[in-house]
Design a protein around this ligand. Structure first.
Ligand code: PLP
Length: 426
């Protein structure tokens, strides 16, 4: 462990002043001091090197410090780092909007930029609600989302997360009330959702779902048929359909976007995480033509009233364009398919070990779900001691490596997980 002898001064001094995410700071180990990154490696202040198994919350899909991203960033920094998006335009954002529209299926044509995933989801919720107001339907103010879902940490997005994940009981009275229902995975849950929509359709602005994978809520998978049912229900009962592809977008599940695999065109898609290849914060809510058309009006009040200060940041858009170049030039989706094979083979030995509830993989996502994890801190220490950076949460250990990870990287990551599971997860 990083003891007092090896901890750099900036860590010990700074730790008195930072407030860390998702962390009971009284009992947590101090964060590991990282002094450099390269490819799939984190270099720590004391000279240790860890293989990164989760690519910084699955953002760094090309590995760290990719020279093409760095060159784009340096070029942009030298010419135009940022200008406001209200009344001014710049090439990188407008080119990126065209490229995203071309990559996304159907008429998902209109791109609204923001800086974080949560805000993109809020913008999508706002678009959906105002879509109905602009069309003269006043009652559709709620969102229908799903148990196991995760859509962000802001107050509006917490309200559409799984009630436990979104801490709905803790924040009762603060959170707006939406409807969080079970996903229609089978005939019974489909019938229940349909009955629910019969009764409530008139108050629902949109159905919101993470397609194929509910990520931060527990890495739960479902198949494309579930999404086709949601499209069908949305068409029959009216609500817009929003796919939150912040986790799945840009290749993670094996296709560029999860909606492609399902053959479904949602009405709004949210993107972030891997959009800039893990370098700068940027997000987008992309709407279909019919959504945008409801805002195209002689009435100034029908405009979308939203505009983050750093909207369409030029550095972030330049690096996002460079990231899309890499998806064109380098065989990213083939790499995802190869990683899928390595993860499946590498985690398979966990299946049937004591305490293991499930082993599952999809694209470049590998999950070992335990019956329970009692001591996450001890488990994290054991993984770090094995030279890997993996961040188990709740009852799962998962891998979402960079798509540039080698077979050796992936096998070492899987080996570390298999070892700790075999030794007995605390
Ligand atoms: C991470 C995530 C978000 C929130 O993004 P932030 O940038 O952390 O606000 C929303 N939805 C999904 C599916 C995510 O994975």
């Amino acid at each position: 462990m990083t003891g007092p002898l090896s901890a750099p001064g900036w860590l010990t001094d700074g730790m008195r002043h930072v407030w860390l995410p998702y962390c009971q700071m009284k009992h947590a180990d101090p964060p590991l001091p990282v002094v450099a990154t390269a490819g799939t490696r984190l270099h720590l202040a004391d000279g240790r090197e860890l293989i990164d198994g989760i690519a910084s919350w699955w953002t760094a899909c090309h590995g760290y410090n990719h020279p093409h991203l760095r060159a784009a960033l340096e070029r942009q920094a030298a010419t135009l780092p940022h200008v406001m998006f209200g009344g001014l335009a710049h090439e990188q954002a407008l080119v990126l909007a065209q490229r995203l529209a071309a990559l996304l299926p159907g008429d998902l044509e209109r791109v609204f930029f923001a800086e974080s995933g949560s805000v993109a989801v809020e913008v999508a919720m706002k678009m959906a609600t105002q879509y109905w107001l602009n069309r003269g339907e006043r009652g559709r103010t709620r969102i229908l989302s799903f148990t196991g879902g995760y859509h962000g940490d802001t107050i509006a997005t917490m309200a559409v997360c799984d009630p436990e994940e979104g801490m709905h009981s803790l924040f009762t009275g603060l959170l707006p009330e939406h409807h969080v229902r079970p996903l229609p995975r089978d005939p019974d849950s489909l019938a229940a959702l349909e009955a629910f929509l019969e009764r409530h359709a008139g108050e629902i602005a949109a159905i919101l779902v993470e397609p194929l994978v509910q990520g931060a809520g527990g890495m739960l998978f479902h198949d494309g048929a579930v999404l086709r049912r949601l499209r069908d229900l949305a068409d029959r009962y009216g609500p817009l359909l929003i796919f939150d592809e912040i986790f799945t977008g840009f290749g993670r599940t094996g296709t560029m976007f999860a909606c492609e695999a399902a053959g479904v065109v949602p009405d709004i898609v949210t993107l972030s995480k891997a959009l800039t290849g893990g370098t700068l914060p940027l997000s987008a809510a992309v709407a279909r033509t019919r959504v945008f058309d409801a805002f195209w009006s002689d009435d100034p009040m029908a405009a979308l009233m939203h505009g983050p200060t750093y909207m369409g940041n030029a550095l972030a858009c330049a690096v996002a364009n460079a990231s899309l170049d890499l998806f064109e030039r380098e065989p990213r989706l083939a790499q995802v398919a190869a990683i899928h094979g390595w993860l499946s083979a590498g985690l398979e030995p966990c299946r049937g070990l004591p305490g293991v509830k499930d082993v599952r993989t999809l694209g470049a996502i590998g999950v070992v779900q335990m019956e329970r994890i009692g001591d996450l801190r001890a488990l994290k220490r054991r993984l770090v001691a094995k030279g890997v950076w993996v961040r188990p949460f709740r009852d799962i250990l998962y891998l979402t490596p960079a798509f540039t990870a080698t077979q050796e990287d992936v096998m070492r990551l899987c080996g570390a997980i298999t070892d700790v599971v075999r030794q007995g997860v605390p």
